[in-house]
Write a protein that binds this ligand. Structure first.
Ligand SMILES: NC(=O)c1ccc[n+]([C@@H]2O[C@H](COP(=O)([O-])OP(=O)(O)OC[C@H]3O[C@@H](n4cnc5c(N)ncnc54)[C@H](OP(=O)(O)O)[C@@H]3O)[C@@H](O)[C@H]2O)c1
Length: 292
């Protein structure tokens, strides 16, 4: 069985490739990326495939049985169209199954600035279900890494601030998501299902408490307003470069968190065949890679 990952040069793609190598062997794993030279995983076949080109993707998916379609980043290009290109190319190339990495949400995100992005995710889910291919939708929880990094950046200030308030969220590491995604790609038991891949649901204050324990910090959590949050995000050069609409989308994601949109039961065990790691455990693993 040949398994490919598209948009494979990113964080989730890289970790998913490594998990797939463990599962099916490097000779059966193919990385598809718009810049294959950016795929850091060694010993596997790398093919060029830009989400903007059905022709290129069709060639890239030759001989592939199962494809992990990593969702395109939010930017200026229409993500629904890009994902449709991937699905169309998968059909052209005779791919049997596509696993799509979507985002969790119970609908309470409807009145937030995150809604347009979530609608794109949901539209792709519908497009995939209507494609005639075998499919699985993995709705991913928010990345634990990003928020832990933000907490560590706040260490000297002694206060960690965002707009989430008492909203609960099932944060999960990219490593855990990759593990479950690789299993979904090679095992057909979850075909035709939408699964939430997330960890235990915690408030920001609870998350800060765990981070204080693991990273020897004394942070307290404080809620701020939406406009202040956008201003803080725009201080990050990476976000400023992508534009204020991205800062607004990211703020919207935390509006959704605040509204309880990410407070959902996890289907991780059904996907991965084992329970998701406790958040404290995931944080301790991150301590090995993030310098506090
Ligand atoms: N659950 C969460 O908390 C969370 C957080 C952030 C993002 N996400 C979503 O999850 C996705 C995967 O996350 P990640 O951490 O792997 O993101 P990432 O590290 O930013 O990687 C994004 C990937 O998309 C590729 N890409 C961009 N435009 C493309 C195009 N036109 N055609 C083909 N590939 C293209 C990039 O390729 P290059 O290397 O060529 O740029 C890169 O490989 C993101 O794209 C986003 O939709 C989820």
């Amino acid at each position: 069985m040949k398994v490919a990952v598209s948009a494979a040069s990113g964080g989730l793609g890289t970790k998913t490739l490594n998990c797939l190598i463990e599962e099916v062997g490097a000779e059966n794993v193919i990385a598809v990326a718009r810049s294959p030279e950016r795929v850091s995983v060694e010993g596997i076949e790398k093919r060029r495939g830009d989400y903007l080109s059905i022709t290129e993707l069709t060639v890239a998916f030759a001989d592939v049985d199962s494809l992990v379609m990593i969702s395109a980043p939010v930017g200026d290009t229409d993500r629904v169209v890009m994902h449709r290109n991937v699905i169309e190319a998968a059909k052209n190339a005779g791919v049997k199954k596509v696993v799509y990495t979507s985002v969790v949400g119970n609908g309470k995100e409807e009145d937030t600035w995150y809604w347009p992005t979530q609608q794109d995710n949901r539209q792709t889910e519908v497009d995939l279900a209507d494609s005639g291919l075998d499919w699985v939708v993995a709705r991913n929880g928010l990345y634990l890494e990003k928020d832990v990094e933000n907490m560590i950046r706040s260490k000297d200030a002694g206060v960690y601030r965002n707009i989430a308030g008492d909203g609960k969220c099932g944060y999960i590491t990219v490593g855990e998501l990759a593990y479950a995604t690789a299993k979904l790609a090679i095992d057909d038991r979850a075909n035709g299902k939408i699964l939430n891949l997330c960890g235990e649901c915690l408030t920001q204050a609870q998350l800060v408490e765990l981070a204080n324990e693991v990273f020897a910090m004394e942070l307290r959590y404080e809620t701020i307003g939406d406009e202040e949050n956008i201003a803080l995000l725009m201080q990050h050069p990476g976000i400023a470069a992508r534009g204020e609409h991205v800062a607004k989308m990211l703020t919207g994601c935390f509006q959704a968190l605040r509204a309880g949109a990410f407070d959902m039961p996890s289907d991780f065990e059904a996907a991965a065949g084992r329970p998701v790691k406790p958040t404290l455990h995931m944080m301790r693993e991150l301590r090995e890679t993030i310098v506090a």
